[in-house]
Design a protein around this ligand. Sequence first.
Ligand code: ADP
Ligand code: TYD
Length: 211
Amino acid sequence: MTVAQRGAPLFVTFEGIDGSGKSTQAKLLAERLRRDGAQVVHTREPGGSSGAEEIRTLLLTGDPERWSAETEILLFTAARRDHMEKTVLPALAAGQTVISDRFADSTRVYQGATRGDLRPMVDQLHRLMIGREPDLTFIIDMDPETALRRGLARKSGEDRFEDFGLGFQETLRHGFLSLARDFSDRCVVIDGNRPPEAVASEVAAHYEARA
Ligand code: ADP
Ligand code: TYD
C-alpha cells in the first residue's frame, strides 16, 4: 500500500533550534511522499499564507530587542491563525498531507520558556485562537554550537533570533526536549547531528509507522 492510499491525511510539523536542519528534513519528507503519490502541502511558520508572510518580515528582521515577548506572542499567533485559515485547514479538508516547518511548539519554547514564564499566556492564546495540535511532530535535536554555525553561515538576513546567542539556543534545546516529554504521543526526537540522508531515513520510518 502506498502512502497515498492510507487513512486520513496527517498534519506533520518539524521543530528544533535554529540551524538544526528542520527545513532540509521537511523538504526531504515532502519530496519522498510526493514520489510515493501523496498530495503534500509543504509550508512554514511564521508564514505559509500571504498575510502571515508579511507578519514574518516584521518578526524576523531588525533589532533583537524590537518586540517584547508578549508582543511577539500576539504576532506569532496572528500569523498562525491566518496560516491555519488560509493554508493548513483547507489542505487537510481536501485530503492533502500538510508538512509545516515550525508550528505552535516554537511559540511554546521561544516565547513561552526563554524570557520569563510566559507559557500560560501562550497556551491560553493557542486554545482561544488555534485550538489544534499536529498529528506528528519531529523535533530535530542538535548541539547548539554546531547548529548556530550552520544557521548563521546561511546569511539569510532573518537572524533576529540567532542574534540572541548560544545561551539562548541552549535554553531552547532543553525547552524542545521537555516539550517532547510532555507531548510524547505526537513528538519524536531525532538526532540531527548526522548526514541529512541518515536523518531523513529515520524521519521517513517514523512517518510510515504513523501514516
Ligand atoms: P533549520 O531549518 O533548522 O534552520 P536548515 O535545514 O536550513 O536548518 O539547515 C541549516 C544549514 O545546515 C543549511 O545550510 C543546510 O544545508 C545545512 N544542513 C542541514 N542539515 C544538515 C546535516 N544533517 N548535516 C550538515 N549540514 C546540514
Ligand atoms: P525559521 O525560519 O524556521 O528559522 P531557522 O531556519 O533559523 O530555524 O524561523 C524563524 C525564527 O522564528 C526562528 O528563529 C524561530 C522563531 N520563531 C519563534 O520565535 N516563535 C514561533 O512561534 C515561530 C514559528 C518561530
